[in-house]
Design a protein around this ligand. Structure first.
Ligand SMILES: [Cu+2]
Length: 138
C-alpha cells in the first residue's frame, strides 16, 4: 500500500492509533504489529486471521530474537524464527554464535497459514520472561 500517502491523509493521530494493512481492524504500530521493549514484546498477545502476516519491529535498543516454541506449533504449521533456522534447537545453538538476532530498527515478518495459538520467546531474554503469543483465528 501507499503508506506515505495514507499517513499524509489521516494525520499524526494515526501514528499512535494504528496504520498499515490491518485486516481485523486491530490497532497496530506504524512499523509493525508487535514491538519490543528492552525485556518484553508489546503487545504480548496479538491476534490475526489465517493467512495474515505478523510483523515484529524491534523499536528497542537491544538485540532480540523471535523464536517459536516448537511444542506450541499447530499440526502442519511451519516453525518460525528470526534467522530462519529450521528448529528451535538450531536457533538456540546459533544464538551462541550471535546469529539470528533482530537488531534495533529491524523487522521480521511471518505469515501464519494454520489456525492456532503460537507461543514464542526471545532467546537471550527468555529467563527474564520475554515471551509472546500469536493467536491465529481460522
Ligand atoms: Cu529479547
Amino acid at each position: 500500500m501507499n503508506r506515505r500517502g495514507f499517513l499524509a491523509g489521516v494525520g499524526a493521530a494515526a501514528l499512535t492509533s494504528g496504520a498499515g494493512c490491518a485486516s481485523l481492524g486491530t490497532a497496530r504500530n506504524v512499523d509493525g504489529d508487535v514491538g519490543m521493549t528492552a525485556t518484553a514484546f508489546r503487545p504480548a498477545t496479538f491476534t490475526v486471521a489465517v493467512g495474515d502476516d505478523v510483523v515484529w519491529y524491534n523499536n528497542s535498543v537491544r538485540a532480540h530474537s523471535v523464536t517459536a516454541y516448537e511444542k506450541s506449533l499447530s499440526d502442519g504449521a511451519d516453525f518460525f524464527c528470526t534467522g530462519d533456522f529450521d528448529t528451535e534447537a538450531a536457533a538456540r545453538e546459533a544464538w551462541d554464535g550471535m546469529r539470528g538476532a533482530i537488531d534495533s530498527g529491524e523487522t521480521y515478518r511471518h505469515t501464519f497459514e494454520v489456525p492456532g495459538t503460537y507461543d514464542y520467546f526471545c532467546i537471550p531474554h527468555e529467563q527474564g520472561g520475554m515471551v509472546g503469543q500469536i493467536v491465529v483465528e481460522g
